[in-house]
Design a protein around this ligand. Structure first.
Ligand code: GCB
Length: 629
């Protein structure tokens, strides 16, 4: 082939790749503005009117062709009849049909319990800027799964991915002082080429599940920054008398000027010149620093100023690394006493979203004597990580690359990468987060490993200060006493984590009494899941399946087995803190649509196994956090 033909072919391939990526992820979406919780914002939470639209009538005409932007039948346009002779076949009426935002729709009205499809949300609001030259962004904490956003009839953009934030700039010409109409077309259909895909073990809670805000910033504003404690040489502890905080600042695209970073309590301040095109490095030397840890979750006020923009956040300083076969927190060996958590308040059968919810879930976790939580299987709301920061709870945070997604599809990869970027961008200033997980139980194949490796590389580029992991699946080596965690992905992660259910999926707990685990990788080893189902309040002296006694027995045997773990065993996060909804769980007596592996029941009551794990963790804590092998 001639060179020109080769390059022609390359161009076409690149174009196809480009369009595949763009259509997968969305368009017109601005890069994130971070630290929303500490910015000048106006909340649009509360009652929103809605229309359920399973046939997409608000989007397509009767030939199923997309409605033109100004078509008066489109649900993003005015629903007010022009006169009494005007036929309007849709309308928003808050007094008859309203949903609470933030919140999933499933738990708000019985007709939504299993609903998957489209719902149109509408909110009317007035808005006067603090300063006429300021810029306004519309920010969504999360919408599951796809959101098409329209303001006063004009489309601002689209976003896919149910658990991460996004924002759009609101053009000046569009925002009115009175009577703005914000319409969001939300769709939570599951689909084979999305992330997650059609098949997963949790409820597909739909809706505007997290807060919506208007963010007002000056013309020149701080878009993002990353401030963290610089790691000393591998394996070394940071020195509180000679510590360095390092990172970068990013202004908005068109902005430039001086940026000041200040940590008043430590008496340090630095000024750097920034321009919006790049991340500008910054570093500050400090003395007498208290490092953040579960025992002392000390956070310092960090003030970043650029022109009229000022962001004040509380940030903890600590280092984390996988060194040899150990995990080191601030240079000291760490054993993670964890528990996995879904973003759900079981006794109310709904998604968790608020600060109170976060304190409630993490409060239960604290009662278990944990120092760590695995937030499964998607990024939880920002309140969770901020609460973990203040309570001193370490966090594993994950994207929903779960089970068998379409690993061959480039658009799926672009989508996963986008969700990873949004997760890291939102939370990289949180000291509590020590692990970014790129997925859960993905099936071994070269294509899968390639996909996951690319995500790992991406995660390291976004943030080189944390450990990267993924929960691996294992094969039970039945009949033999040694099980090896040898998924090839183990080569690429910092922490080799695996899910195992010996004694539940196959066999009974007493059959694991001589089982041992190991991995060929010289890395720390972590049990990211283990558990058994029990219906709260169901008791059986001979440990019948689904009884609290069976689950209690399972935990006792599992904990004995874990004592035979090799020295590289660095922690665990059993499955799971509380029962959670799953349409895959259809035992009519014991499950009724709930995954019952919770240590706390769907009524919010502690099961017997809760106290077994609690006592086990207490012992480790009393042993200065060290695990006795
Ligand atoms: C797993 C999955 C988790 C399930 C759990 C179970 O391995 O990672 O999402 O909910 O098992 O209960 O089977």
């Amino acid at each position: 082939m001639k060179l020109s033909k080769v390059s022609q072919k390359l161009k076409v391939t690149l174009l196809i790749w480009f369009f595949a990526s763009v259509t997968a992820v969305g368009y017109a979406q601005e890069p994130l503005i971070t630290d929303i919780q500490v910015r000048n914002t106006v909340s649009l939470d509360g009652k929103w009117a809605y229309i359920i639209d399973p046939y997409e009538t608000g989007f397509y005409d009767y030939r199923y062709k997309e409605l033109a932007p100004d078509n008066s039948a489109a649900y993003w346009n005015s629903d007010q009849p022009q006169s009494k002779y005007d036929r309007k076949e849709f309308g928003y009426d808050t007094t008859r049909y309203s949903l609470r935002v933030p919140g999933d729709w499933n738990s708000q009205d019985p007709k939504f319990l299993y609903y998957e499809g489209s719902v149109w949300y509408k909110k009317t609001f007035d808005y006067s800027k603090d300063n006429s030259s300021n810029r306004i962004f519309l920010y969504f904490g999360a919408v599951n799964y796809r959101a098409d956003v329209y303001l006063n009839g004009r489309k601002l953009g689209m976003h896919k991915g149910g658990f991460t934030p996004f924002n759009f700039e609101v053009p000046d010409s569009l925002l009115k002082v009175e009577g703005n109409s914000l319409v969001v077309h939300v769709n939570n259909d599951r689909s084979a080429d999305e992330v997650p895909t059609v098949n997963y073990d949790w409820w597909n809670f739909g809706g505007i599940t997290r807060s919506v805000k208007l963010v007002e910033v000056p013309q020149t504003f701080i878009r993002d920054f990353f401030i963290h404690l610089k790691k000393p040489a591998p394996g070394q502890s940071p020195d509180p008398e000679n510590a360095e905080v390092t990172g970068w600042i990013k202004l908005d695209e068109a902005s430039q000027g001086a940026v000041t970073v200040e940590i008043p309590e430590l008496g340090v301040k630095k000024v750097v010149q920034a321009n919006g095109r790049s991340q500008v490095p910054v570093s500050l030397s400090m003395q007498d620093v208290q490092f953040w840890s579960p025992e002392n979750p000390k956070r310092y006020k960090v003030v970043v100023t650029a022109g009229e923009d000022r962001v004040v956040d509380k940030i903890g300083f600590r280092t984390i690394e996988a060194h040899g076969e150990q995990v080191l927190l601030n240079g000291e060996p760490l054993f993670m006493r964890g528990i996995s958590i879904h973003e759900e308040i079981p006794q109310e059968g709904r998604r968790a979203y608020s600060k109170e919810d976060a304190l409630h879930l993490l409060g239960w976790a604290k009662e278990l004597n944990v120092n760590m939580v695995r937030l499964a299987h998607y990024p939880h709301n920002e309140n969770m990580v901020r609460a973990a920061d203040s309570l001193g709870i370490l966090v594993w945070s994950e994207i929903p690359v779960y089970w068998t997604i379409d690993f061959e599809n480039k658009a799926v990869y672009a989508n996963a990468k986008q969700q990873l970027t949004e997760m890291v961008t939102r939370d990289r200033n949180r000291a509590s987060v020590i692990i970014w997980s790129v997925g859960n139980e993905t099936p071994v194949s070269p294509t899968r490993t390639n996909f996951m490796c690319n995500l790992i590389t991406e995660a390291r580029e976004l943030d080189s200060t944390r450990m990267i992991s993924a929960a691996l699946e294992v094969n039970y080596n039945s009949g033999k006493s040694l099980n090896l965690v040898d998924d090839p992905l183990g080569q690429y992660v910092d922490l080799v984590a695996f899910n195992e259910y010996l004694g539940w999926y196959g066999g009974t707990p007493d059959e694991i009494s001589d089982t041992k685990w190991d991995t060929p990788y010289d890395k720390p080893l972590f049990v990211s899941e283990t558990g058994a189902g029990a219906k709260g309040g169901f008791h059986s002296e001979d440990r019948a399946m689904w009884s609290e006694e069976y689950q209690e027995w399972y935990y006792k045997e599992q904990l004995e087995m874990l004592k035979r773990m090799p020295p590289k065993f660095s922690g665990m996060s059993p499955w799971i803190l509380a029962d959670f909804h799953s349409p895959k769980r259809n035992n009519p007596v014991y499950q009724e649509g709930w995954n019952r592996k919770g240590l706390i029941s769907s009524e919010g009551k502690k099961k017997k196994a809760f106290f077994i794990l609690k006592a086990f963790y207490k012992q480790i804590e009393a042993n200065n956090g060290a695990f006795d092998h």
